[in-house]
Design a protein around this ligand. Structure first.
Ligand code: DHB
Length: 392
């Protein structure tokens, strides 16, 4: 058995990028089909980062009257940089007139899935994509197998790969599944979710002799915390007591409120930018196009910035028959991607202690932290990037 459908834009991936793209296209009168290999339950349960930039929140409020970003989410007007036994607050509104919101990505996804399904979006779960057939350059075809194991082809005027870091669509844009610019880091994050009240009103990014720790939050009852670890660390190895000792030693000056650890994981660090973001009528957005290390929480925000650019370009192409914006998509997207790539790399190196750090390296790093925290220009640079550069 096989089936085929036609649409204007085929979107591979029902993450934040794919879902927001379908909404922005619908607003422009352009229909789309979204396919994703996962089930709706898996998508809604995946634990990811929790910080939304000001521009991301403004966009969610504009496209979704029912977004819970202001009810379940919380505005954060600053973060604390902790080093050398001192805390330094970075006051976002005072420095740059913007804020961030703590609103976990899986909650964003629940809102967006509900929004699109209510609007009648053709959204198919459990669909494995084998590749994109571009033999007719004006009508690329997504070749897939649907949830019942039957072949499915989606013929479109344009195909968008919003299918994450292991993108299948990428091969149709770059010739290989992994061609691009890479950087590995000698760091991982040991992450936990725990049942406890917040230990601090705002996020703490702490650099200590023993390494980095991040005290983040999820809700009044559940907290998210991370500490720097070896990238090959086994999440099951340490006892709960060892985890709390490690975290506490890295946040001197704050007494962490502990509680049952309900989830643990190890995050790997990697920077990646695909060599090409578009070929003909196939383009990449989000993690399919780039990966950043987690420090600073740029991943989802950057994906959404790609989508804002691409949706404008697709409207020009498919409604106005104007090819200028799609021809400029890659260059414009890369401007922000490399700024975010730099910011994530910089925050990572500013705060983590390299396994082979010498005394010189440690003292230089504390000098850099002081340069940032003690200068209004330094704090402003951090606040500008953390809260997000304006969206186009
Ligand atoms: C979170 C993750 C980040 O990478 C970050 O910089 C801040 C918060 C989080 O998961 O809460």
């Amino acid at each position: 058995m096989s089936s085929s459908v036609s649409t204007r834009v085929a979107i591979v991936g029902a993450g934040p990028a794919g879902l927001i793209l379908s909404q922005l296209l619908a607003d422009a009168g352009i229909d789309s089909v979204i396919v994703d290999s996962r089930s709706r339950e898996d998508i809604e349960a995946t634990i990811r980062a929790g910080i939304l930039e000001q521009g991301t929140v403004d966009l969610l409020r504009r496209i979704d009257p029912d977004t819970r970003v202001d009810t379940v989410g919380n505005r954060h007007d600053g973060i604390e940089l902790r080093f050398g036994d001192e805390g330094h607050r970075i006051d976002f509104p005072a420095l740059v007139g913007r804020s961030v919101w703590l609103y976990p990505q899986h909650e964003v996804l629940k809102d967006l899935l509900a929004l699109r399904l209510r609007a009648g979006q053709d959204l198919r779960f459990g669909v494995s994509v084998a590749g994109v057939d571009s033999s007719d350059p004006k009508h690329p075809v997504v070749v897939a197998t649907d949830a019942r194991g039957e072949s499915l082809s989606v013929t479109a005027d344009f195909v968008v790969g919003a299918d994450g870091s292991r993108s299948v669509v990428r091969a149709a844009v770059t010739d290989a599944r992994s061609t691009g610019h890479f950087r590995e880091y000698p760091y991982g994050w040991f992450g936990i979710l725990c049942e406890a009240p917040p230990s601090s009103p705002e996020l703490i990014y702490s650099n200590s002799e023993a390494g980095f720790a991040l005290i983040s939050q999820r809700s009044p009852e559940v907290q998210r915390m991370y500490f720097q670890c070896d990238p090959g660390a086994d999440p099951a190895a340490p006892s709960d007591a060892e985890i709390w000792d490690t975290l506490q030693a890295r946040v001197p000056g704050t007494t962490l409120i502990d509680g049952p650890i309900i989830q643990r994981d190890v995050l790997r660090f990697r920077s990646f930018v695909a060599r090409d973001l578009r070929r003909g009528r196939v383009a990449l957005v989000g993690d399919a196009a780039h990966t950043v290390p987690p420090t600073g929480a740029k991943g989802m925000n950057l994906a959404i910035a790609d989508v804002v650019l691409l949706s404008d370009a697709l409207r020009a192409l498919l409604v106005d028959q104007n090819e200028g914006p799609i021809d400029g998509y890659e260059e414009r997207a890369l401007d922000r991607i490399w700024k975010a790539q730099h910011f994530s790399w910089w925050m990572t190196n500013l705060l983590h202690v390299a396994p082979d750090a010498t005394e010189f390296d440690r003292r230089r790093q504390l000098g850099e932290l002081r340069t940032v925290a003690e200068s209004e220009a330094g704090r402003t640079l951090l606040a500008e990037a953390y809260t997000g550069w304006p969206l186009s």
